[in-house]
Design a protein around this ligand. Structure first.
Ligand code: 5AD
Ligand code: SF4
Length: 479
């Protein structure tokens, strides 16, 4: 499952360089996972050809699009609140049209139009190419909906515009959808079945990024390890492929190897990995290439075998430990992060202790931790009672967060005294005299700017840390 940035964060409104001649103004805002942010770039690219330039000023907009997330109830409530704000603006600017994109659009479909009278347009994650037609409908005064999920759509032929990019790092999506059917997760319903993108179109997009001087790309998918290109079509139909298609198929290890070899100067990351799909080949390819970052986001969700089974996670605690042992053996300096859910239905105190002991074993560098939120339509919602009281979920979550903080600090302390390569991405939020960048392990490092520039790879001597950030001093450009 793809990493969710945090539903508490403000949605980000995105802007690109204006295209001459474009008259209409688009305000586009994204919530949720990186895939949504990446999709908004595809949407802006499609609409740039339809006469829309992006604006950061909601009051100015002719069209407001909100790219939504359904992963937890709170994420949906955030979007509902945002619609209230749009409604207030619409009163001043009645010509403004409002569209809902992404997972909530897919989950609620035309019901959205009844529930939220302010909405004119509802478009699911596979239907963005239909936006020009849908906007024509809306211009003619009719509501428009397209939430058809596709077997083929990967937007491989669209060159996304880079919205509000730092010009240093970019996302390139390689798969869409998910076939795993974890029982708590709404994603397989909102983003459909898994399909992979043509490697040639991935390479073409990376070529364009390299031409524009980008220094780091993250290959993106709900489950990147499951990437499989055999000429198009759904992953689940691979069995029916011809012998030739099977013999020439490209899996994730091959794709990663190919990209790392072709762009030795580009930093490569990927997210998200799924324990049951991650192979030793992928870990070996990571070890082989200096330019692949030594960091794996490897959600576990629970440390209890019984709960993993109820979640349909398709691997055991022991198999996860074996994978962790292999990662640490093959890439000793590899950072690992987790996603954990507390309070899944039937979770006992013993199950919770199993999660804590698993964390003690792995000692993750970071974590993204959530209280279970029942999602309509999922197997867990249909078959299980959401029976862990809210205060118990919260207490277990607090214990897990506290342990993770301890481990993050322990991990970060180990970097003190080392000199690490950091790619400068932006100014530090806390001080305009400091740069902020990330190490290969994805740890944020902050240091005085001196004469270095955004996009430089620099060697930074680490002399202190907090639980989230390394602090140091640059000692020169990286070799
Ligand atoms: N409740 C709480 N957390 C969830 N996640 C996915 N679905 C739910 C849910 N129903 C979490 C998982 C996943 C991350 C992106 O969001 O930990 O890996
Ligand atoms: Fe991730 Fe499982 Fe949801 Fe797929 S079903 S997106 S693997 S949590």
């Amino acid at each position: 499952m793809e990493k969710i940035i945090d539903e508490n964060i403000q949605g980000q409104s995105l802007v690109l360089d204006p295209k001459k001649g474009n008259q209409r103004k688009l305000f586009i805002e994204s919530y949720g996972c990186q895939m949504n942010f990446s999709d908004s770039e595809i949407v802006a690219s499609i609409l740039a050809k339809e006469g829309f330039n992006t604006t950061q000023n909601l009051e100015d907009a002719d069209l407001v699009l909100v790219n939504t997330c359904s992963i937890r109830e709170k994420a949906e409530l955030t979007v509902r609140k945002r619609l209230e704000k749009y409604n207030a603006v619409k009163k001043i600017n009645p010509g403004m049209k409002v569209g809902v994109l992404g997972c909530m659009a897919e989950r609620l479909k035309s019901k959205f139009l009844e529930e939220e009278k302010i909405v004119d347009l509802v478009v699911g994650p596979d239907a963005y190419k239909d936006l020009p037609n849908l906007i024509e409908e809306v211009d003619a005064g009719r509501n428009a909906v397209n939430v058809i999920l596709s077997k083929e759509e990967t937007y491989g032929d669209i060159s996304p515009v880079r919205l509000q990019s730092n010009g240093v790092s970019a996302f390139v999506s390689i798969t869409r959808g998910c076939d795993n059917m974890c029982t708590f997760c709404v994603v397989p319903f909102t983003r459909g079945r898994e399909r992979s993108r043509d490697p040639q179109s991935i390479i073409k997009e990376i070529d364009e990024l390299v031409d524009k001087n980008f220094k780091e790309i993250t290959l993106l998918g709900q489950n990147v390890d499951s990437y499989l290109w055999y000429g198009g079509g759904l992953k689940k139909d691979f069995d029916k492929a011809s012998d030739f298609q099977k013999a020439t198929a490209v899996n994730f290890a091959k794709l990663l190897d190919m990209v790392a070899l072709k762009y030795p100067k580009l930093r490569l990351r990927f997210t998200t990995s799924n324990p049951q799909d991650m192979t030793l080949d992928v870990i070996e390819v990571m070890a082989k290439h200096q330019n692949i970052c030594k960091y794996i986001h490897l959600p576990i969700q629970s440390g209890s075998d019984r709960i993993l089974k109820e979640m349909n996670r398709l691997h055991t605690r022991q198999e996860y430990f074996d994978l962790i042992d292999n990662i640490k053996r093959i890439i000793p300096n590899c950072a690992i992060s987790q996603d954990i859910i507390t309070g899944f239905p039937t979770e006992t105190e013993k199950d919770h202790q199993d999660t804590l002991s698993l964390m003690e074993y792995v000692k993750y560098d970071y974590g993204f931790m959530f209280a279970y939120s029942e999602r309509p339509g999922t197997l867990a919602e249909r078959k299980m009672d959401d029976d862990v009281p809210e205060e118990v979920k919260k207490r277990r979550l607090a214990e897990i967060i506290a342990l993770q903080r301890k481990h993050s600090e322990h991990r970060h302390r180990a970097f003190i005294g080392q000199t690490l390569e950091v790619l400068i991405e932006k100014e530090s939020k806390k001080s305009d005299a400091h740069w902020s960048g990330r190490t290969t392990q994805n740890t944020v490092a902050v240091f005085p700017k001196e004469n270095y520039q955004i996009g430089d790879f620099v060697m930074v001597h680490i002399d202190d840390c907090t639980s989230a950030t390394l602090l140091g001093k640059a000692v020169g450009i990286a070799p």
